[in-house]
Design a protein around this ligand. Structure first.
Ligand SMILES: C[S@@+](CC[C@H](N)C(=O)[O-])C[C@H]1O[C@@H](n2cnc3c(N)ncnc32)[C@H](O)[C@@H]1O
Length: 232
């Protein structure tokens, strides 16, 4: 089935509200546990690593990371004003959590991370993203951003949806995973599955970007995990 792109940014307040109110806690927990597994043997996590969460949305994953790795400086990056507003509002409501003091949100497009002038050039110890890559129309800009912002040896963990083979499979996954969900969420989830990439496509982008140490795995019925490090 051919890829059908969707809007890159999630800016519609109703769409943001539906996303923020949805309960993705199981998949978020699984993502952060897998990240913990990946980071287990890295001693720099004992110091003050810089962790970037790309396409952070309302901050679901950024918050979990900041709570789990309390010495880390965590930046959540998203180019949707509405998402960043909601993320900052949630942070403000939780301002007694000391772990959130080292969590900062930035409104920024991933494409701006590809330039020499990028605020994060060669800075990141760890780079993560969850459910972002399918939004980006030109995936080569995403992988070139990863190289630009990584320190030598930076660890990467990216999880995204995987495009099914047929539209029937899309509907099947949607029905299995979104029971009694608001219409807007069902619409967006369907659009996201159609906009997602296959493992083979992602392997091709990584090879074209000249990245050697990122591996691509199928995860469950609908995810792709991209795990490894970038040396430069
Ligand atoms: C499906 S949400 C995922 C949010 C969050 N990572 C999570 O797991 O809950 C995708 C987010 O990526 C953001 N996004 C998409 N393309 C982007 C780009 N080119 N630059 C910055 N943010 C982008 C959207 O605005 C949206 O907030």
């Amino acid at each position: 089935m051919k890829r059908v792109t969707e809007e890159e940014l999630m800016t519609d307040p109703d769409q943001v509200k539906a996303y923020m109110e949805a309960d993705f806690s199981l998949s978020e927990e699984s993502m952060v546990n897998q990240l913990a597994e990946t980071l287990r043997n890295y001693e720099f996590m004992l110091e003050e690593p810089l962790i970037l969460d790309l396409g952070c949305g309302p901050g679901n994953i950024s918050e979990r990371i900041a709570s789990r790795w309390r010495r880390a400086k965590v930046y959540g990056i998203d180019d949707s004003i509405e998402m960043i507003r909601v993320a900052n509002e949630r942070k403000r409501l939780n301002d007694r959590k000391t772990s959130f003091k080292r969590l900062v949100y930035k409104k920024m497009n991933i494409s701006s991370l590809t330039t020499d002038k990028s605020l994060f050039k060669d800075c990141a110890d760890v780079v993560v993203s969850n459910s972002l890559i399918h939004h980006i129309h030109d995936p080569s800009s995403f992988f070139s951003a990863l190289i630009n912002i990584s320190k030598n040896g930076a660890i990467h963990f990216h999880r995204d949806l995987r495009r099914p083979n047929t539209f029937e499979e899309v509907l099947d996954i949607q029905k299995r995973n979104l029971v009694n969900a608001p219409e807007i969420l069902v619409r967006d989830f369907t659009a996201s599955l159609l906009a997602a990439h296959t493992c083979k496509e992602v392997e091709g982008y990584i090879e074209s970007a000249g990245i050697k140490n990122l591996s691509v795995y199928e995860k469950d019925d609908r995810y792709i995990d991209i795990v490894g490090y970038i040396s430069k």
